[in-house]
Design a protein around this ligand. Structure first.
Ligand SMILES: [Zn+2]
Length: 259
């Protein structure tokens, strides 16, 4: 049984990467003491910075995410290339989001540097806005380089036809129990969920506590479609799961093209 216990531990640690993996050190020691944070009411985004000493970036950080992305972009973007591979669907509801294990899913290169996919997860409604506009949802593909530096690809979700790539996962959502990883006889190729074409790039943070900065963000211009039923199925599990937009300040947002 020990052979079973190890991969499960690995998955649960990955699970906390959204909130704890700022530099890839999401170890079990920090996992135990994670204060309770939420998206609304007590423990909501306005209070995150006060919940724990290492959450202070949520309040005082000057380069936080998400942001309202401007239409006009300036400067040369980091060059993004996407080279993901199909991953077996292993996912769970971790109390904040539905998170998929991405550990066999290839990765991206940023200015030629490799970042391996760690996990991907959802937010409903979207976290990033574009020219003041929110979207029904957003998917975050979280990658890390060999030093633990993070690069996240954000894909906005629009309401439209059913998304066949996510259909098997959506079908299993109703069976998810908080904290329990479920494996399906299905695969997802993240590149089937990352639209080619334009992207906005900027330097930001984790959008969940501890709101660690130094995260390289790429938000694709083109949304992907999920049907209303698929959006509702995810939102029924996660509830509202978006941090409000944060001040862009003097940060530069650059526009590039993924092809
Ligand atoms: Zn996220």
């Amino acid at each position: 049984m020990m052979r079973l216990a190890l991969p499960l531990t690995a998955l649960l640690v990955l699970t906390s990467a959204c909130g704890k993996g700022g530099r890839g050190h999401a170890d079990s020691a920090t996992h135990e003491a994670t204060p309770h944070w939420t998206y609304a009411g007590e423990g909501g985004p306005d209070t995150w910075g006060a919940l724990a000493a290492d959450f202070e970036n949520c309040t005082i950080g000057g380069a936080q995410s998400p942001v309202d992305l401007p239409v006009a972009a300036e400067g040369a973007p980091p060059a993004l290339e996407s080279d993901h591979a199909p991953v077996p669907v292993r996912y769970l509801f971790n109390g904040h989001t539905v998170q998929f294990d991405g550990s066999e899913g290839g990765g991206i290169t940023v200015d030629g540097r490799s970042y391996a996919l760690k996990q991907f997860h959802v937010h409903f409604p979207s976290e990033h806005h574009v020219a003041g506009q929110s979207y029904p949802g957003e998917i975050h593909f979280v990658h890390a380089d060999s030093s633990g530096a993070l690069a996240v690809v954000g894909v906005l979700v629009a309401e439209g036809p059913e998304n066949p790539v996510l259909a098997p996962a959506v079908a299993g959502l109703a069976g998810l129990v908080e904290g329990v990883t479920v494996a399906l006889e299905a695969t997802i190729d993240p590149d089937d969920l990352v639209p080619e074409g334009g992207y906005r790039a900027y330097s930001g943070s984790l959008t969940t506590p501890p709101c660690s900065e130094g995260v390289q963000w790429f938000v694709m211009d083109a949304p992907i479609d999920l049907s209303k039923g698929q959006i509702d199925a995810f939102a029924a599990v996660t509830g509202v799961s978006n941090r409000p937009v944060q001040p862009l300040g003097d940060r530069v947002v650059a526009a590039g093209v993924l092809d």
